[in-house]
Design a protein around this ligand. Structure first.
Ligand code: GDP
Ligand code: GDP
Length: 440
């Protein structure tokens, strides 16, 4: 994502006017009545050589006359959370008023870089010393309406644009890294058989030369344009060389090593003895480590009654491990080769879910809808309020909830949100995380 700039300030200071000038189109309503710009408006903006995304926010207002209570639309919080830098606008003709102080207080807490902007400076500017009291240094003096000071805005935003470019490049490098895959499971479920079959079929696809490089620790090849690095556990390697099968235990230690190495983990289970305690322990470990997860239901050839078997397993998994509900279940057989062609595509899909990023605006539309359908219950008289949410990171997708009394939010409600997020944004095959940020 390139540079994102949020325009923040109390009502009527000229935020929408500035937004419109930066966007070059009349997107936001401009009106003399405070608070007309209610919704968040986001659009591509151009300023000289710079292109960026600009977000206009609803005004931030003081509650009562003397009250320091902050009344701010959820969208404004979310816009600040999303931005690389905030343009904090005040009205130079009116000078600094309480509402400006409150906005300043909020922005200091939010910890985002701030460029202070004195608007309506077309005639004169007399509030310089007052402006210092906001704690963001000397303001840029502009007039949004009269096109004054835009070169200064450009200069002020430039360093943030360079930083955003560097971050983009780092993210791209990250995305180009190989997908690190591990195959784990109880002894004797068919891990090494599947592993060898998978490498064999990949070798057949890629040809012997382009093929697969394999050393003591890993096998490496390309699938669907993606580099795959398959963790080759000591157990798998040994069996790959020794014909027949050994009965050695796959220790928890080596499973944990494989899981920690991996981005995505395939848990092999035996279709004739599905979801035994040890299978669930392994899956739970992967969930706690926050890796992408899917299941190969192997030895499917041995099942007498194949019809409906997967959907039964689906119910069993979702009931016993709700944390990974919806994780893909692929029926496989290392004997017949069944399902093998579906394994890698499922791995790639789980990895995409694990890397997913949901834009803040989309996320808050989801949240609004979820809250409307089913509001958080009051817990022993305490009113839990969720104001907005963002996704600060992926791998695995991690959502931050902002609001009041969130520590009293019941687990059932988090599960409700989890299921909704999974369904809406196709996040099957990855754990989800929540951070609760209460402001009170
Ligand atoms: P917002 O509520 O912060 O989005 O403010 P608006 O953009 O709606 O502007 C509020 C009022 O200030 C409108 O009447 C604008 O025409 C006016 N305004 C905006 N920029 C300037 C400016 O640079 N100079 C002067 N004199 N008025 C401005
Ligand atoms: P690991 O201990 O999990 O690596 O399991 P192995 O790959 O060594 O397999 C254990 C035993 O199960 C071997 O005898 C395999 O031939 C057999 N096996 C593995 N996959 C399948 C399968 O899909 N169907 C059947 N019928 N047997 C399998």
């Amino acid at each position: 994502m390139s540079l994102t700039v949020a325009i923040v300030g109390r009502a009527n200071v000229g935020k929408s006017t500035l937004f419109n000038k930066l966007v070059g189109r009349k997107l936001a309503l401009v009106h003399d009545t405070p608070g007309v710009t209610r919704d968040r408006r986001e659009a591509p903006a151009t300023l000289g050589p710079l292109t960026f995304t600009v977000i206009d926010t609803a005004g931030i207002e003081a509650g009562g006359k003397d009250s320091l209570e902050l009344r701010m639309a959820a969208q404004s919080y979310a816009a600040v959370a999303d931005a690389d830098v905030c343009l904090f606008v005040f009205d130079a003709r009116e000078g600094i008023v309480t509402a400006d102080q409150i906005v300043a207080q909020y922005l200091r807490k939010a910890g985002k870089p701030v460029v202070l902007v004195a608007n309506k400076c077309e005639a004169r500017f007399s509030s310089a010393s007052e402006a210092w009291s906001l704690g963001f240094g000397e303001p840029l003096q502009i007039s949004a309406e009269h096109n004054i000071g835009f070169a200064d805005i450009l200069e002020a935003l430039m360093p943030f644009a360079e930083q955003a470019d560097a971050d983009d490049k780092a993210a791209e490098d990250e995305a180009n890294k190989p997908l690190r895959l591990a195959i784990v499971g109880r002894p004797n479920v068919g891990k090494s058989s599947l592993f060898n079959l998978l490498l064999g079929s990949e070798r057949a696809l890629t040809g012997p030369e382009a093929g697969i490089t394999r050393d003591a620790i890993a096998a490496h090849w390309q699938a669907e344009g993606r580099d795959i690095l398959l963790h080759d556990t000591a157990g798998l390697r040994k069996k790959a060389r020794v014909a027949g099968h050994t009965l050695e235990e796959m220790s928890v230690g080596s499973t944990l090593d494989a899981v920690r190495f991996a981005d995505c983990v395939v848990v092999v289970i035996d279709a004739t003895q599905p979801f035994e305690k040890q299978d669930l322990i392994i899956a739970d470990l992967i969930e706690r480590e926050g890796r992408a997860i899917l299941f190969a239901v192997n030895k499917f050839d041995l099942l007498e009654n194949k019809a409906g078997a997967i959907s039964k397993l689906r119910d069993k998994l979702d009931a016993s491990l709700p944390q990974v509900a919806g994780a893909p279940l692929i029926a496989t057989s290392a004997t017949t080769g069944e399902g093998l062609d579906r394994l890698l595509p499922a791995v790639l899909a789980a990895d995409r879910a694990w890397n997913a990023r949901v834009p803040t605006a989309t996320l808050n539309r989801f949240l609004e809808d979820a809250l409307e359908r089913h509001a958080p219950p009051a817990v022993s008289g305490r009113r839990v309020k969720i104001r907005y949410m963002t996704q600060p990171k992926s791998r695995p997708p991690t959502f931050a909830l902002f609001g009041n009394q969130l520590d009293a939010l019941p687990d059932a409600y988090i599960r409700y949100l989890t299921n909704g997020l999974r369904d809406t944004f196709h996040l099957e095959g990855t754990p989800l995380r929540f951070l609760l940020r209460s402001t009170k």
